[in-house]
Design a protein around this ligand. Structure first.
Ligand code: ATP
Length: 333
């Protein structure tokens, strides 16, 4: 367990500012999800923390000690990547205990630690199998167990679930969160999947163009976005935006409701031209325009609504967010 501080950290590759001045503190035992589009600098930031890249500027401090000059092995960090290569000719036990055998740890102690890590991930019964004899989800847990076996201070994970199919991913996500809580290891988790970030992160840092555009709890990121980038990146479908009287007004698709469902005195009324209705079973996505701007409503109740119809919708005032027209930054009352 450790606290991690990034102070003005930068990594430029020639003209490319992959990481461009990031200040960030990750608390002891915290699970921080690093969310951002492709190319936003997530992997580079992780590699900087791990010591696999040398920063162009800034400091990395782990538990109060500057680690800029420490080699990756000396930082007390473990990493799990998307392509978690296991050794095909070693058993699950051999794979998990590999980092310990490198340290020439006595056999009995190694056995104990490998069993601890395997138990934590629920793969204690697979220790004698070969990687080819276990499922993709199990292989992924072997990779995590291998990362944990040295009891790292900080665990870095870069899209570790992206090789799994959708169903396994869901359970793997749940398990990941459970074991992380149990061992309470400080974790930085890179993903471009917002459901993963929302579901796993104690806090989410949203990255864009090498900078952090917002850091906060999943709730804050979703309901209280700091700018139009975060508001438009997080949420499926994303926040709707309309230009009104020199500001950008944003509202979530689920806040755009048939007018009769919203008290008139505390809402903004909008004329919605319905173009297409997509029935997804539990809810319907209604696509159309308001004053010529494309918007989407997400309806969770079964009021009749027809393609081609034009009708009054409304958004409750408390669901409206205002942003600066020019900068996209949030304007607070
Ligand atoms: P993805 O989700 O696609 O993995 P990412 O957010 O992890 O993206 P990075 O891999 O950190 O993004 O890359 C950030 C930027 O830095 C990109 O523009 C990338 O092309 C550039 N970059 C990364 N590594 C290098 C390198 N070794 N040399 C030059 N440019 C690089």
């Amino acid at each position: 367990m450790a606290n991690v501080q990034l102070i003005g950290i930068k990594k430029h590759f020639g003209g490319v500012k992959a990481v461009d001045g990031i200040d960030l503190e990750i608390k002891d035992g915290e699970f921080l999800a690093l969310l951002g589009p492709s190319g936003s600098g997530k992997t580079t930031l992780m590699r900087l923390v791990a010591g696999l890249e040398e920063p162009t500027g800034g400091r990395i401090v782990i538990d109060g000690a500057d680690v800029n000059d420490l080699a990756p092995r000396e930082r007390g960090i473990a990493m799990v990547f998307q392509s978690y290569a296991l050794y095909p000719h070693k058993t699950v036990f051999g794979n998990i205990s590999f980092p310990l055998s490198v340290e020439k740890m006595p056999k009995a102690e190694m056995q104990k630690k490998a069993e601890w890590a395997a138990g934590l991930l629920g793969i204690g019964h697979l220790l004698d199998r070969m990687p080819s004899q276990i499922s993709g989800g199990e292989r992924q847990r072997v990779a995590i167990a291998r990362a944990l076996v040295r009891k790292p201070k900080v665990l870095l994970m870069d899209e570790p679930l992206s090789n799994l199919d959708a169903k396994v991913r869901h359970t793997a996500r749940e398990e990941l969160k459970l074991f992380q809580r149990e061992i309470n290891v400080t974790t930085i988790y890179v993903t471009h999947d917002q459901a993963e970030a929302m579901g796993l992160g104690d806090r989410i840092a949203v990255m864009h163009d090498g900078t952090i555009r917002q850091i906060g709890t999943p709730e804050a990121i979703y309901h209280d976005p700091a700018n139009t980038f975060v508001a438009g990146f997080v949420g499926i479908p994303p926040m709707n935006f309309l230009e009104r009287e020199g500001v950008v007004i944003g509202f979530r698709p689920e806040a755009l409701l048939p007018a009769e469902a919203v008290p008139a005195e505390e809402s903004m009324r909008l004329r919605f031209i319905v173009e297409r209705v997509e029935d997804l079973g539990s809810h319907r996505l209604v696509y159309g325009t308001i004053g010529g701007t494309k918007v989407i409503a997400n309806l969770f109740f079964r009021t009749p609504i027809a393609e081609g119809e034009e009708r009054d919708f409304a958004v409750s005032n408390r669901d409206l967010r205002r942003f600066d027209l020019r900068t996209g930054e949030r304007v607070r009352p």
